[in-house]
Design a protein around this ligand. Structure first.
Ligand code: 13P
Ligand code: SF4
Length: 302
């Protein structure tokens, strides 16, 4: 971290001056995650933190849909994202129009959308979920069938955990779709590693895993199990961030980076606080409808 200290000190000074809270997703690089963030976690933890945030200024270090969710849940606060181009292949796989078409094809079937979607898609949904509570949210809809979008791999994983019949969309995470079962087996056979995978991975990868869960659930699993060696089959900043907390564990890295998450850097966080940019806004009518879906998710909890 030491080479980053001048930036870290400058950001922390500006943060105090502005009374800002910096929230960082598990996939942010260690100098952000450990150096400047006040709140860290999975996308559910960040949404919960935004909903209960005391500060008037939030800097969201993560991708755009996370900043949008924070703004929707904290409408009177200023939410900044250091790079507006930090997107997500899942969020861009589906539009509000697609959701309206799905509803017309399946009249009366409720729509649950993963938070990895635009505000406009959330506004067309009955409830949102994250990978941490997808099964609970789907079951809370009280319906035999649910339209679940946009991640077909998360959807097919959820379908193995519930009797609710899911109608899926064809979105995929460009990072997790790249992992292979062969890579997972290699980590286990060559390094005798336990395997922990994110549910956005393809089913044949999940079938190899000892544990499947959200990024925060992975950290809690490590706390419980304290494995000698582990392969985290997810974005590789996750292992970089956890290594410091689990010195006795060796992290075997099948490594894929999310290009969108990696757009957030110490220099652009500093510029965000200095110039109060880039302000995230959601049109009021969309925000009001999207808020209902997000609040339904928060009511279900973890
Ligand atoms: P989590 O909800 O597990 O933090 O995952 C978000 C994400 O973008 C995974 O790729
Ligand atoms: Fe989206 Fe995948 Fe990046 Fe997560 S890792 S933000 S799901 S592209």
């Amino acid at each position: 971290l030491s080479m980053h200290l001048p930036w870290i000190d400058a950001i922390n000074a500006l943060k105090r001056e502005r009374g800002a809270v910096i929230m960082a997703h598990s996939y942010q690089s260690p100098e952000i995650f450990h150096g400047v963030a006040d709140i860290t976690g999975d996308s559910l933890a960040l949404a919960q933190a935004a909903a209960g945030c005391e500060s008037d200024l939030i800097v969201l270090c993560g991708v755009h849909f996370m900043a949008e969710s924070a703004k929707i849940l904290a409408p009177h606060k200023t939410v900044l994202i250091p790079d507006l181009e930090a997107g997500c292949s899942l969020a861009s796989s589906i539009t509000a129009e697609d959701v309206r078409t799905l509803r017309a094809q399946h009249p009366g079937v409720p729509v649950v959308s993963y938070v990895n979607t635009s505000a406009a898609v959330k506004a067309e949904s009955d409830a949102c979920c994250t990978s941490a509570n997808a099964v609970q949210v789907v079951e809370a809809m009280g319906s035999e069938r649910v339209i679940f979008l946009p991640d077909r791999y998360l959807g097919s994983h959820v379908a193995t955990q519930t009797d609710v019949q899911l109608i899926l969309w064809h979105g995929q995470c460009e990072v997790h779709e790249k992992f292979t079962a062969q890579e997972a087996r290699h980590a286990r056979e060559r390094f005798d590693a336990r395997l922990v995978a994110h549910p956005e991975c393809p089913p044949e990868v999940l079938a190899e895993a000892d544990f499947v869960g959200s990024t925060s659930a992975m950290s809690r699993w490590l706390e419980r199990e304290q494995p000698e060696r582990v392969a985290l089959i997810t974005e590789c900043s996750m292992a970089d961030n956890l290594r410091a907390r689990f010195p006795a564990t060796q992290f075997i890295k099948p490594c894929n980076l999310c290009p969108h998450m990696q757009r957030i850097t110490l220099p652009n966080i500093h510029a965000a606080l200095r110039d109060m940019k880039h302000v995230v806004d959601v049109p009021a009518d969309i925000a009001a409808r999207a808020r209902r879906a997000l609040e339904r998710m928060l009511a279900v909890g973890r």
